[in-house]
Design a protein around this ligand. Sequence first.
Ligand code: HEC
Ligand code: HEC
Length: 316
Amino acid sequence: MRYRITLAVFSTLILMLFAFATPLDTPEKLGEKLFSDPILSQDSSISCASCHIPGFAFCDTARVSKGVGGRLGKRNSPGITNMAAREHFFYDGRAATLEQQVLMPIQDTVEMRATLPQVLERLRRHPEYDAAFRRIYGAPADQEKLAAVLAAFVRTLETSNTPFDRWMMNKPGGMSEAAVRGREVFMKKGKCFDCHFSPDFTGDEFRNVGLYTGRRNLADRGRFDITKDSVDLGKFKVPGLRNVAVTPPYMHNGMFQTLEEVIEFYDQPNQTVPGGFNRDTLLNTPLNLTQQEKADLKTFLEALTDDRFVKLNDGR
Ligand code: HEC
Ligand code: HEC
C-alpha cells in the first residue's frame, strides 16, 4: 500500500515536472495535446488521433474508422497533412475553414458523439487545460478558442521534406530515375496533373472520377449532398497526394488497398468500375500505360512521402 502511494506521488511529480518542462503555452502545442486526448469524445474513448494516426500521415489504416461505441463511419479517414492551403474540407467540402471543420467530428454522432457544452465544461474543470487556455488567451476555453487551437495544430502538419522537393530544388537526396520517369507519366500520358496540380497536388476542385453508380459501396453522392445540384452528383474533393504512399486504403470509400490498384483503376476506369455516373471526360479513354509506366508512376507517388513518415513505415 505504502509502496503504491509512494509510486503515485512519484509519478505525479514526474508528470508535473514534464508539464513544467513543456508548458502548453502556444495554440499549436495545446492543440497537439488535445488532438490525442479522448477528453473530446462523449465517453472519453476516441481522440482525433484514433482516426488520424500520426505515424500514417494522420490517416486511418481501416477502410472506415470506428467512432464511439464502435460505430462505423461511411467514409475513409483521410490523411490530414498539408491542410493549411486547402479551400474546402471533407470529401464533399461541407466545411469552409479548418476552424469550422475541427468542431464537427466532436459533435458527429458516429465519431466523437459529444456536445460542445459538455466538452468545454470538461476543459474548464481540467487543471492543466484550464491553465493553458488562460495562459494563452487570458480567458477560459470556449468554442472559438477550442476551434482555434485544434486548427492551429492541424496547420503545423505541412510536409515538404521529400525526394520530390529536393529534386525540384536541385538538392542532394532527390528522386530516383524511375521516379523522374514516373513524374513524366503523371504530368502527361496519365493526365493526373490535370486534376492533382499545385504544390500539394490538388487544385481543391470537386471532380468526378466515376465512383458513383448508386449501388452498394458506390452510393455516396459526394458534393451533391451539399449543393443539391445534379452536376455535382458523384463529385468529390480532389485529395492532395503528398504522403499518399503511407495512407492506404484509398478513395472516399477506401475501396482500393494499394497504389497499384489505384493506378490500374485510372488505366482502365470503366473496366474497374463500370457505369460510373457522369465520369469526368478526362477518364473517358483508357490510358493504356505499359507495366514500366505504371511502376514508374507508383515510384513517383512514393517520392512524395515526407522523411518523417518514411522511417516509421519501413518494412511494412
Ligand atoms: C471516428 C473517426 C474520426 C475522428 C475521431 C476524427 N476524424 Fe477527422 N475525419 C474522419 C473522416 C472519415 C473524414 C472524412 C469525412 C468526409 O469527408 O466526409 C475526416 C476529415 C477530417 C479533416 C478534413 C480533411 C480533408 O481533406 O478535407 C480534418 C482536417 C480532420 N478530419 C480533422 C480532425 C480533427 C481535428 C479531429 C478531432 C477533433 C478529427 N478529425 C476526428 C474521421 C475522423
Ligand atoms: C478528373 C480528375 C482526376 C484525374 C484525371 C485523376 N484524379 Fe486522382 N483523384 C481525383 C478525385 C476526385 C479523387 C477522390 C475520389 C474519391 O475519393 O472518390 C482522386 C483520388 C486519387 C487518389 C486517392 C487518394 C487518397 O488519399 O485516397 C490517388 C492516389 C490518385 N487520385 C492518384 C491519381 C493518379 C496517379 C492519376 C493519374 C493516373 C489521377 N489520380 C488522375 C481526381 C482525379
